[in-house]
Design a protein around this ligand. Sequence first.
Ligand code: NCD
Length: 310
Amino acid sequence: MKRHLLSAADLSRDDALAVLDTAEQMDRALAGREVKKLPTLRGRTVVNLFFEDSTRTRTSFEVAAKRLSADVINFSARGSSVSKGESLKDTALTLEALGADGVVVRHWASGAPHRLAGWVAGSVLNAGDGTHEHPTQALLDAFTIRRRLGRIDGLRVAVVGDVLHSRVARSNVLLLATLGAEVTVVAPPTLLPVGLHGWPVAVSYELDAVLPKVDVCMLLRVQAERMSSSYFPSAREYSRRYGLDTRRLGLLPEHAIVMHPGPMNRGMEISAEVADHPSRSTVVEQVANGVSVRMAVLYLLLAGRAEGGL
Ligand code: NCD
């Protein structure tokens, strides 16, 4: 593995499989324990640096680091000197002085984790940068697919919705291609990025035509906060064309699963019945799997490092 995890493209097929296999081992190692903790990262410091709101990802990284016995420092833009205008570089130098072994960063600017990686000695883990990438989300999605369907190679995956603003989509497309899946992105033309021809995907504007042919239907949140103008006529029109409701669930093959990274706009990209479907929806599993996968990534990036020691 490389020193940092900035992009899903940093992962070779062997790296990605090592993360998924290690996550399985982490799960097994913790399953029988009353105290859900391994001593693996004792004495290491992990800093969670969040410049953008997050529920799942921040808590998931925090739980993962704590289960590996690392010391965890949570640093959010609000309540730190970042709200006084401190630059990313000065924040990085502070982290450096604190001796962070791992820095988990979420930032509204695409590329911020890459800059940070140039300034700190520890490993940088991208927890979502702007509309760019979210590699651990792609890893936990791959883990969830493999657990549910037994493999990833040769599977057909539809990634549906606001691809334009989605770092989840970009990281998933890269990782799924590395792992041998065939991806089709499905969206209105206004919600597809211009540079899409460089992506290893097929494109469709017709959800109903794609659903019968896929093993996985991955829905994306419509990211209203990143939209400065109107990308579709109305929420109703969007869900009529691209929302997954019970009728559309019926178009999927029986074995197919429905995924969503959260947070969900219920009634827009996914209906409440589909989101809560007891066997087809993996939404809650994805969150649970996120902890094991992030434990694996932290372990693989941080545990190998030489001990500082006196
Ligand atoms: C995603 C994110 O923040 O990129 N959520 C997540 O990390 N689980 C997706 C989103 O915000 O829609």
